[in-house]
Design a protein around this ligand. Structure first.
Ligand code: CA
Length: 224
């Protein structure tokens, strides 16, 4: 597996590269946005770790440039900005995920593994977030052990939320991630399906697992 690291802070780049190489990944490191853009667009990488504040070309511009030609390579943004709005900007621009500096190496590797994993491959057939359990092979869902019947689309939406527990996901990201193509930005299909999911996940006396972040998106709580 080949990973491109676009990061101008040498200490962080070294930390990431050494760690990933010890995990068996082939790492290519560049420190500026223009080189990063050129390499990203070669299509030679299985995953890209992309800093936002870069010399030459901003990480979000590198991402936009890549996404004009390639919608499938996973891109994880490395951001020093902890603001939700900045994160969501990145996700709207087509990032697969983001990680906020400083981060633990184990967390970075977990995210990388999650995004490199091909459907139907690997051992991650079960997801658990709070009181919700999902089996991706059997396509079954339960909450507090109670079986829940979901439509195919509801299942995909919940799986997407469960792969990003605790993160605010914008409507645009959910649309791209679950519906898979660009819809009319005015569509309310995400809101409609979140409402279906909430109704099916609701258990009297238990907290609501999906939070609405007004005008930003949704978040699946890690505890519910
Ligand atoms: Ca930087």
């Amino acid at each position: 597996m080949r990973i491109l690291v676009v990061e101008d802070e040498r200490a962080i780049a070294d930390f990431i590269s050494r760690g990933l190489e010890s995990e068996g990944y082939a790492v290519t490191w560049v420190a500026d946005g223009i080189e990063g853009d050129a390499l990203a667009r070669t299509g030679r990488f299985d995953l890209i770790l992309l800093d936002i504040m870069l010399p030459g070309m901003d990480g979000l511009d590198v991402l936009a440039s890549l996404r004009r030609g390639d919608s499938s390579t996973p891109v994880i943004l490395l951001t020093a900005k902890g603001e939700v709005s900045d994160r969501v900007t990145g996700l709207d621009a087509g990032a697969t995920d983001y990680i906020v500096k400083p981060f633990a190496f184990a967390e970075l590797v977990a995210r990388i593994r999650a995004h490199l994993r091909q459907p139907g491959q690997g051992s991650a057939t079960e997801l658990r977030v709070g009181s919700i359990d999902m089996n991706l092979l059997k396509r079954s869902v339960s909450r507090h052990g109670r079986e829940i019947n979901l439509s195919a689309r509801e299942f995909e939406l919940l799986a997407y939320l469960m792969r990003h527990p605790g993160q605010v996901l914008s409507k645009a990201q959910l649309l791209n991630g679950v519906w898979g193509y660009d819809h009319d930005p005015e569509t309310n299909i995400v809101g409609v399906y979140v409402a279906y999911l909430r109704r099916k996940l609701a258990i009297e006396g238990e907290p609501e697992p999906i939070e609405t972040m007004r005008s930003v998106g949704y978040r699946l709580k890690e505890e519910s």
